[in-house]
Design a protein around this ligand. Structure first.
Ligand code: C2O
Ligand code: CU
Ligand code: CU
Length: 587
């Protein structure tokens, strides 16, 4: 028996309606949470534990800043002075790092500046950065993933004169939306799982299944991939186009029309969407993860060696499948709406490759053979250590860094202190949207990315900056290295001494590839002398002199080619004269 015509029509109609019902009504249940803003010269941040209702009827333990989860959006103006008063109410130490901001290493909030429970850390600095979207998050070694995944993250919006002269949407929460996109794994009792690969719950601003009402005009989305591990292949319903206007550290020279945007962990992008003709309609921000090539955490196979039997990345329903991230319900046009995409933005002037002072190479590798897919990962085959300085960089050095990914999975490589310009990917100039300022670059398997950057403004011979993979499990496991930026003139640091003229030190500075060092001293009379070299842990690495030495000037050379770069101390004992000085070993 065949169904009659009416039934068939009904059946067709309901089949057509089903997806609409699911995406428009059932799917998006929760109004997007918009973090409050905080601004001024004194910013108080309370790091605390809390609870949050990600799922109706379930209380989930969280960590947040000035609240239960995430943190306020910090508004800063280029050129202003700011003091951040970060009070740690957690029962354990943490740090807060200003990701992307150009600050001194003591103010950077990296793993060397822990804030103990109930302590307050108050870095104070001038905002030197260009208008863009930055963020802050904890960075205690081996605890970064935990603290971020539990909920500590917030955006920093920097404005400047150039940006404010452009006709861009900038009404926060109305046509200018802060969006922290994350995925998390939850246990069956809806508690957050840390160090997870089964991150199957998608959220924006800690809102699961979010919808937001937006006006029918040009809107600006400030996107942060705040996930610990996952990359998103962002796009809109029906491949509607959008325009990227900013990368990590600043506006692009002009808007770049796109229908997909690959956003790796810690990357930011500002996009404009023209909704002028869409009043009353509903669209979705999605991840078209089915289109991701293998070799990305988010694709069907996180590694390019998909038949690996040793794959430590658990299967995940989000891998290789398209999914919704947020629903946009388009309402009335607001007053003073921006209705057009601007044609030009700002001057972007990368440094010239020919002017570079130094090149450095970094290889991303795994020791888990044979497939190079599984963590722990390393950089240049070296174990990360808090007391090991991997690179020493003279102030104002213009450098080309070349990052080669020898593993089977893509890694987002991040450098503190600086913004860089990508020169090429496997020798090819990057697409337009990657020609602006960046502090994270996604390096695909078997790819070499070169970028150019300059280490300006700040030196500190003791506290290093970090470079690392921003997949937080990789980072916590040691896919990280450290660099010092040192003053060219005082690259050799001396402590005050009571007889300073007796000891001087020369190094073949600033050539960073020659560690040959000459230590000189002058004796007023014949004296028994000991000259020793210590590393930062106080271990003696060399005994250069241990004998009775005649009066006069003496020079002792130390071949440091077998020790790693970083800080060392030499101690001269001449009779009852003892002096210890610090020195930098450049490699
Ligand atoms: Cu987002 Cu080392 O940081
Ligand atoms: Cu950073
Ligand atoms: Cu990684």
């Amino acid at each position: 028996m065949l169904p009659n015509r009416t039934l068939l029509t009904l059946l067709r109609t309901s089949l057509l309606l089903m997806p609409l019902l699911f995406t428009n009504v059932l799917w998006a249940q929760n109004q997007l949470f918009i973090p409050e803003v905080i601004s001024g010269e004194d910013i108080d941040l309370e790091i605390q534990e809390g609870t949050h209702e990600f799922f109706q009827g379930y209380t989930t333990a969280t960590m947040g800043v000035n609240g239960d989860v995430l943190g306020p959006t910090i508004l800063l103006e280029k050129g202003q002075q700011v003091t951040m008063n970060v009070h740690n109410q957690l029962p354990e130490a943490t740090t807060v790092h200003w990701h992307g901001l150009h600050v001194s290493s003591e103010n950077d909030g990296g793993p060397h500046t822990p804030i103990e429970p109930d302590e307050t850390w108050s870095p104070s600095f001038t905002v030197l950065d260009r208008a863009s979207t930055y963020w802050y998050h904890p960075h205690l070694h081996q605890k970064t993933e935990k603290h971020v995944t539990m909920g500590i993250s917030g955006l920093i919006i920097v404005s400047d004169e150039e940006e404010s002269q452009l006709d861009l949407p900038r009404t926060y929460g109305m046509d200018d939306l802060p969006l922290i996109i994350q995925t998390k794994e939850f246990k069956s009792d809806k508690q957050i799982v840390t160090f997870a690969h089964a991150d199957s719950v998608v959220m924006v601003n800690a809102t699961v299944d979010p919808y937001v009402e937006v006006p029918a005009q040009v809107i600006r989305l400030r996107l942060l991939n705040g996930s610990s591990m996952r990359s998103f292949n962002l796009g809109l319903t029906d491949d509607q186009s959008f325009y990227q206007v900013a990368s990590d550290g600043g506006l692009l020279s002009s808007p770049v029309e796109l229908d997909r945007l690959l956003l790796a962990p810690a990357e930011r992008a500002e996009i404009l969407i023209n909704l002028s003709d869409l009043q009353g309609q509903t669209i979705h921000l999605k991840s078209y993860a089915s289109e991701l090539p293998d070799g990305i955490f988010g694709a069907k196979y996180p590694g390019i060696n998909q038949d690996s039997t040793l794959n430590r990345y658990d299967p995940n329903p989000l891998n290789g499948n398209d999914f919704n991230i947020m629903q946009l319900n388009i309402t009335l046009t607001s007053d003073n709406a921006v209705t057009e995409i601007p044609s030009a933005l700002v001057n972007v002037t990368p440094w010239n490759e020919a002017d570079a002072d130094t090149s450095r190479t970094f290889r991303l590798n795994s020791r888990v053979l044979p497939d190079q897919l599984n963590h722990p990962f390393y950089i240049n085959d070296e174990d990360f250590a808090m007391d090991k300085i991997n690179e020493v960089i003279p102030l104002d050095n213009l450098e080309i860094w070349s990052i080669t990914n020898e593993t089977a999975i893509a890694h987002p490589f991040h450098v503190h202190m600086i913004q860089f310009y990508i020169l090429d990917r496997n020798g090819v100039i990057p697409p337009e949207q990657e020609r602006g300022r960046k502090d994270v670059v996604f390096v695909h398997p078997m790819e070499t990315v070169r970028f150019i950057t300059k280490f300006e403004t700040y030196t500190n011979p003791d506290i290093p900056y970090m470079y690392h993979c921003h997949m937080l499990i990789h980072e916590d496991e040691g896919m990280m290295g450290q660099f010092l930026v040192v003053d060219k003139a005082t690259g050799i640091e001396g402590q005050d001494s009571h007889i300073p003229q007796h000891v001087y030190l020369e190094q073949n500075y600033p050539n960073p590839f020659n560690p040959g060092t000459i230590i000189g001293f002058e004796l007023p009379e014949p004296t028994p002398v000991q000259l020793e070299i210590f590393d930062v842990l106080g271990r003696r690495v060399a005994l250069l002199v241990d004998e009775f030495i005649p009066a006069g000037k003496h020079e002792v050379s130390w071949d440091a080619s077998r020790v790693s770069g970083g800080t060392y101390f030499y101690r001269l004992t001449a009779g009852d004269f003892i002096q210890t000085k610090q020195m930098m070993m450049l490699k």
